[in-house]
Design a protein around this ligand. Structure first.
Ligand code: URA
Length: 231
C-alpha cells in the first residue's frame, strides 16, 4: 500500500506536488472510485490513471539493443545516451532506471535496464556468473593458441591484480570469434585481445544468460517479466 501522491511520483507521472492536481482533476481511480485524497493508501494494482493501469507498477526490466555511438552514461557531451531512447516518464521514476553494467560507445548489442535494485545487484554481480556472449571481429588472423589463453583463468590484464576468470572462446572465421565472459570488467573484451596483440574492430553483445538479442532492432527494446532471470 502506498500513498497515491507518492505512487504517482515514484512511477514518474508527476512530482509529488503536481500529483495533488492530477488527483483533484479526477484522473485517478482506486477500485473504480474516483480518488482525490493524496494521502489515501492503495495497492498499485487497484489504481487506474486516466482509465489505464499504472505503468510498470512493480518495476521495469528491459532488454535494449544499444546502437553504435550511443553512451550508457546519464548525460554526455559525447553524443546520444541510451536514456534518450526511453519514454520520458521512465526518466522521472524513483528509484531511477539504469543500465546493468555498461557497453562502450563503440560496442553494440544487448544491455539490460532496470529500476529494481535487487535485479541490478544480482545481474551485475560476478557471483551470479551470468554468461555474456560477444561476437568479435579483430584486425588480423586469429591464432588457435588464444583458446587456451582465454580459457585458462590465468590471463592478467594490465592494472588488475586478479587474473580473468576462465572464458569460453570459439573461433568462427579467420578474424571472427565468439567470446563468453562470466564476469564484467571495464572494456574487458578489448583488453583481453589487446593483451595478445589484437585490436578489436567490431564488438557486439548477442546474449546475456538465456536472453538473446534476437530481432530487437538497434535503439529498440523488449519488456521482460521481472522474474525472467529466476528461471
Ligand atoms: N568488453 C569491452 O571491451 N567492451 C564492452 O563494451 C563490453 C565488454
Amino acid at each position: 500500500m502506498h500513498r497515491l501522491d507518492q505512487l504517482l511520483a515514484s512511477l514518474g507521472y508527476s512530482s509529488r506536488s503536481e500529483a495533488r492536481d492530477l488527483l483533484k482533476a479526477g484522473l485517478v481511480t482506486v477500485k473504480g472510485e474516483e480518488a482525490s485524497d493524496p494521502s489515501l493508501r492503495a495497492k498499485a494494482s487497484d489504481v487506474l490513471f486516466d482509465g489505464e493501469p499504472l505503468d510498470h507498477p512493480d518495476g521495469i526490466l528491459i532488454a535494449f539493443n544499444k546502437p553504435l555511438g550511443v553512451v550508457c552514461t546519464r548525460s554526455s557531451s559525447e553524443g546520444q545516451t541510451i536514456y534518450e531512447f526511453l519514454p520520458e516518464q521512465w526518466l522521472r521514476r524513483n528509484p531511477e532506471v539504469s543500465t546493468v553494467g555498461r557497453l562502450d560507445k563503440d560496442t553494440e548489442g544487448l544491455i539490460l535496464l532496470t529500476d529494481r535494485g535487487d535485479l541490478l545487484h544480482r545481474l551485475a554481480s560476478p557471483k551470479g556468473r551470468v554468461p555474456k556472449v560477444y561476437r568479435v571481429f579483430v584486425d588480423k588472423d586469429l591464432s588457435d593458441g588464444l583458446v587456451g589463453i582465454f580459457k585458462g583463468g590465468t590471463l592478467l590484464l594490465e592494472g588488475e591484480k586478479d587474473p580473468c576468470a576462465p572464458a569460453d572462446f570459439r573461433i568462427l572465421g579467420p578474424r571472427e570469434a565468439e567470446l563468453i565472459l562470466y564476469e564484467g570488467r571495464n572494456r574487458q573484451v578489448r583488453r583481453m585481445f589487446a593483451s595478445q596483440g589484437y585490436m578489436v574492430q567490431s564488438l557486439k553483445r548477442e546474449r546475456i544468460g538465456p536472453l538473446e538479442l534476437g530481432d530487437i532492432k538497434p535503439g529498440e527494446w523488449r519488456d521482460l517479466p521481472l522474474d525472467y532471470f529466476d528461471k
